[in-house]
Design a protein around this ligand. Sequence first.
Ligand code: PMP
Length: 381
Amino acid sequence: MIKQVPLVMIPGPTPVAEPIRQGLAGPTYAHGYGGFVNIYKETLAGIREIFQAEKAIVVGGAGTLAMEMGLINVVKPGEDLLVVSHGVFGDRFVPMAKSFGIKVDVLSCPAGERVPLTAIEAKLAAKKYAAITLTHVDTSSGVMAQPREVAELARKYGALFILDGVCASAGIPEPMRDWGIDVIVTTCQKAFGTPPGLAMVAIGPKALARREELDAVPGYYSDWKNWLPIMDNPALYFSTPPVNLIQALHAAVKMVLDEGLAARYARHERIGRAVRAAIAALGLEHLTAPEAYAPTLSVVKYPEGVDDAAFRAKMEEYDVIVAGGVGPLKGKVFRIGHMGNICINEIVMTIYALERTLAALGFPVNPGAGVGAAWKEWHKG
Ligand code: PMP
């Protein structure tokens, strides 16, 4: 049998659609060349449209750089930051902020649960914070937060609101203007479906004003002021952009806008429902509380006696790669990414591999139960 390239169903990077891969394989233009300048401009305009952003910065980097860029341009060393964390990626803001001398309070909860809005409000009411961070979907626990409600609280108590959209952007709505989000930090290898390598920041008017107030910030490559003139006119130079990746993102943004935001978000909802129907039909349990399920990934507990390494090795043998747990959940859960430019075909392949894997490891499986449940749910529309 011909060995397939395994289907990558981890929560980022996600499968790269052919038009996006072609963007990556395009010419390596001079970054000041007019043709490339237009590609960069169109890409940034698309990003601003997707997020309703006043300004967008897209540079070589990763999600973690975007987090840092989002933070240090609006919060000064010595100021107070409230971090709302639903797992490993929410927690990441803590050492990051501390490394810049920012004072941090953290609100967290047991893995898989969601921090109650009342707890967030109590914190904001008790102390003046310069900003609050929230991870839209924490990729470690699968918890989807409530950015719209948290934005309202942040506004009420005069804190800037920074949203980590990494595991949500382009798969779940994040309308900055409508919801009152001040900064979205994100990247390209998840629901945008682009190969990794870009840091993306969407900025609203209050955050821009705050950057103006701050004068110098503890960063150079991360300083918005070094990038904003380039984003307005990419013919200018600050640091060489990854021209091929920008072409790939250009194709990805076009795919997002051609599909339409509402249709794209609805497709993610529908895929999420199909995966959850399969998980339920196979008798597996989620780590995540039902009210916090995310359309972009599922975090599933290993049944008694199923070993993490053996499970993922079998899945790979059946040509599908899923992710293990991270942080304290390592060995206890597996994670299926279901975001970006995928559809029911990839889900059915994944669930089929899951059924075969569980059966091979001695877990009782009714063949086709998961696959059938997934496609039945999908066909409800
Ligand atoms: N935030 C979230 C929610 C993430 O899932 C990740 C990466 N998985 C990051 C931030 C960090 O992104 P990167 O790995 O691109 O630095």
